[in-house]
Design a protein around this ligand. Structure first.
Ligand SMILES: CC(C)(COP(=O)(O)OP(=O)(O)OC[C@H]1O[C@@H](n2cnc3c(N)ncnc32)[C@H](O)[C@@H]1OP(=O)(O)O)[C@@H](O)C(=O)NCCC(=O)NCCS
Length: 206
């Protein structure tokens, strides 16, 4: 993932920031503050706390909770965090989500690493220290146990989750199309001027 340089804004709030109609949904935790690159869409009913870095064009949907009070959560460019997903970490297990990832509704990701162009299926759970290789699918409802490492292009399924086969080209394409659909929807909403007010947490490039 491309690194970004972040600078504290002069408008950095010491406490909770206003976010659309929901003033407390994006907030600082101690010295940890969320940071957002340009063209990011955050629904006003998403909750984002502490050390959460959201890269360009990523989108976060209603009810998602990204709580960066323990370790950093990085959401890669173009990644979509769907409704009611929960992202959190334990000490020593920061979360690194790659680019163009789709995190399905109600997924729980805890201290996980996810490569680029992955679909994390609806309602699946990823535990501390696991790694999902790029261009993989985690099937809906899977339980990926701690420290498990899956290579790129894996179809990952079950509880505990196993690699059942390699992904086909059309499945990789399908994930790309799903990501593009959410990207378009998010950009439309941004053009309509809806979404959380990220002003105080905007990235400033030096
Ligand atoms: C995994 C998935 C991609 C289908 O993969 P597939 O290989 O085409 O699976 P099939 O439907 O052909 O089923 C093959 C086998 O896997 C099983 N299977 C399919 N999905 C499964 C799942 N999520 N968990 C466990 N087993 C599953 C089927 O029951 C079938 O088993 P059988 O051979 O014993 O009958 C799909 O079920 C899935 O989970 N998609 C994710 C959808 C999603 O979360 N979208 C996000 C929207 S934002």
């Amino acid at each position: 993932m491309a690194g970004l340089t972040w600078h504290a804004s002069s408008a950095t709030p010491a406490g909770p920031a206003r976010a659309g109609g929901h003033p407390l949904s994006i907030r600082v935790y101690k010295d940890k503050r969320p940071r957002f690159a340009p063209a990011v869409y955050i629904d006003v009913d998403a909750v984002i706390i502490g050390d959460v870095v959201v890269e360009r064009g990523a989108n976060v949907w209603p009810g998602a909770v990204l709580r960066g009070d323990v370790e950093r959560i990085t959401v890669g460019a173009g990644t979509s965090v769907q409704d009611n997903s929960v992202l959190h970490c334990d000490p020593g297990y920061p979360m690194l989500i790659g680019q163009r990832v789709v995190i399905g509704h109600g997924a729980i990701l805890h201290g996980a690493t996810v490569g680029d162009d992955v679909l994390v299926g609806i309602g699946s759970t990823l535990l501390n220290g696991c790694t999902i290789g790029s261009q993989s699918i985690v099937a809906a409802g899977s339980l990926v146990t701690g420290d498990k490492v899956f290579p790129p292009r894996s179809m990952i399924m079950g509880a505990p989750a196993k690699r059942v086969r390699e992904l086909a080209d059309d499945e990789v394409k399908m994930v790309g199309e799903l990501q593009a659909r959410y990207d378009r929807r998010a950009q439309e909403l941004l053009e309509m001027g809806v979404g959380a007010d990220l002003g105080p947490f905007r990235e400033k490039r030096g």
